[in-house]
Design a protein around this ligand. Structure first.
Ligand code: MN
Length: 283
């Protein structure tokens, strides 16, 4: 048995198509998708079309991520607007997610125990088995506690966009990295193959080159550099393999806003602080 495990596509259909084709060429028999299908990258319907088509002809299991909850109304959409680096992409995406997509996302569980004959059971989830937004791997503040609460010896999770594992209390939690917006990977598309070898699971981390510049061209065609200027500067840097992340630049912009204004509340971050944060990291 060979399973392809793919997390955090974030709307990168070019990276997704590269990973799917690779997994097929490697003989994957099933596909486990760990959430965050759409994110900040353009033309979300291309990603959804690729996933719906794959599901028609392959054995696919899908889990819900925190991004899916965004499109299902978890956040107040009233501050989302074009031209704002904090919310511009949310504004763009919110207009492009269809009723079909919402029904699909709403149908997904946040975790699932996968039982295959003769193999240890595996929990698949996005953040942790108990919360879509919890950080499990690489470790966060509550990783050990969340692992102790898990039902299976192996836990597969996404959310942090980095290939890594944690072992604790006889359990192993593994993050296959991010298909679409990988961090600290030199700009590769990442996923994992999981093989049954003698009744035990064996992991192989995959890193693939793909056409990053095609994604950046689509960002320009969709006007995303006007819609969310600084967010797209950081995203371009991440895609091209710079050692930055949107989360770290956001934190820096919020700290600068706090210094300048005396307070800062997401998503109300004036563009000048985003610009300053981007300039500091050189994107
Ligand atoms: Mn996530």
């Amino acid at each position: 048995m060979r399973i392809a495990v793919m997390a955090d596509i974030h709307g990168n259909h070019v990276a997704l198509e590269t990973c799917l084709a690779h997994a097929e060429s490697q003989g994957a028999q099933a596909y486990w998708f760990l959430g965050d299908y759409l994110g900040e990258l353009p033309c979300p319907q291309r990603t959804m079309a690729a996933l719906y088509a794959w599901q028609e002809t392959h054995d696919c299991t899908f889990i819900r991520g925190n991004k899916e909850n965004y499109w299902l109304g978890a956040l107040d959409t009233s501050p989302w607007r074009r031209g704002d680096s904090t919310t511009g992409v949310l504004w763009y995406m919110n207009q492009r997610v269809t009723e079909k997509d919402k029904a699909f996302f709403a149908s997904l569980p946040i975790a699932r125990v996968m039982e295959l004959p003769g193999l240890p059971a595996v929990t698949i989830c996005h953040g942790s088995p108990r919360a879509v937004g919890e950080c499990l791997v690489p470790p966060g503040d509550t990783t050990y506690e969340a692992m102790e609460a898990a039902e299976t010896p192996l836990i597969l999770c996404g959310h942090r966009h980095r290939q890594a594992f944690v072992e604790h209390a006889g359990r192993r939690a593994v993050n296959p990295g991010s298909v679409g917006v990988s961090l600290q990977s030199g700009g590769k598309a990442e996923y994992m193959l999981l093989d049954d070898i003698g009744g035990q699971w064996h992991e192989t981390m995959i890193h693939l080159d793909y056409d990053v510049e095609q994604v950046i061209r689509e960002m320009q065609e969709e006007d995303l550099f006007s819609i969310a200027p600084c967010w797209m500067r950081v995203t371009t840097g991440v895609l091209r393999g710079l050692n930055v992340s949107q989360a770290s630049v956001l934190r820096r912009a919020m700290a600068l806003c706090e210094q300048g204004e005396g307070h800062c509340e997401w998503p109300y971050i004036p563009e000048q602080y985003w610009e300053a944060a981007c300039n500091e990291v050189g994107v």
